[in-house]
Design a protein around this ligand. Sequence first.
Ligand SMILES: [Zn+2]
Length: 310
Amino acid sequence: MTKRPALALLLTACLALAGLAPAAAASKLKVLTTTEDLAALAREVGGDRVEVEAIARGYQDPHYVEAKPSYILKLNKADLLVVVGLQLEIGWLPPLVTQCGNPKIQPGASGYIEAAQFADILEIPAGQITRAMGDVHPLGNPHYWLDPRNGLRIARGIQQKLAQMKPEDAAYFEQRFQNFSQRMGEAEKRWDEQMKPYRGRKVVTYHRSWPNLVKRFGLDVVGYVEPKPGIPPSPGHIVELMRMMKRDNVKLILVEPYFDLKTPNSVAAQTGAQVVVLLPSVGGEKEVTDYFKLFDYDVNLMVRAFQAAR
Ligand SMILES: [Zn+2]
């Protein structure tokens, strides 16, 4: 009999503590993003007023991420979920979001945003949309963060969302965005200058990850190792690709880090081209820790490859 009141007291004390805990934790918004690129942009504008975490790692193919139970725990605690959208995450994210049961971040809720709405999207298909051909880009190209201008637009969109969720920090987020925008302007001048001598150069890429990047720097993608996004190369397709590469004197094959290099290496050996493993995401290599370092890395790599190809 004497134990019951003690237990009740303990419970009351726990509840009181639990009541206090959310108030203390509420000082920082928990932002969860599907990719490290979106996390990097959220950190730029959120600064130390938000906690930012990404689900997928930058060296993983964002179309095919293996779902882990730990992702559900992360989703469960998030105040805001930022996704790439355009069905990039369709193969792994929707069941996790449903299972986590967090009402704040369900599609349609105010804590769920698709970054695609802020960006310029390329390769939007005309006519009827069908996945019958195995195309994993049915709504337009979802690798749009690879144009620094889109990064800026996404950062602006996230900043406005954060301001809406935490109006008392709106001025702080705005100031962070202005600072990011200024640093981006300076970095973009540098990248444009570095890539200027190579405008108009023809390249081949493995997957269609790079339309925004090549458009920005004036490169010309004339073929793909994959016949269609998400479809592995067939021997016939590779023969045709090599014929075209020899005819057009293509010297560079850009490959994402998560594809097998066997086919690209063999194509390179037979056409006199070189394989360049370019990073589509922050975190693709250890030293690529933010959005600026991603373009620094890729631009330097392309410049070196074009110089070697002369
Ligand atoms: Zn893709």
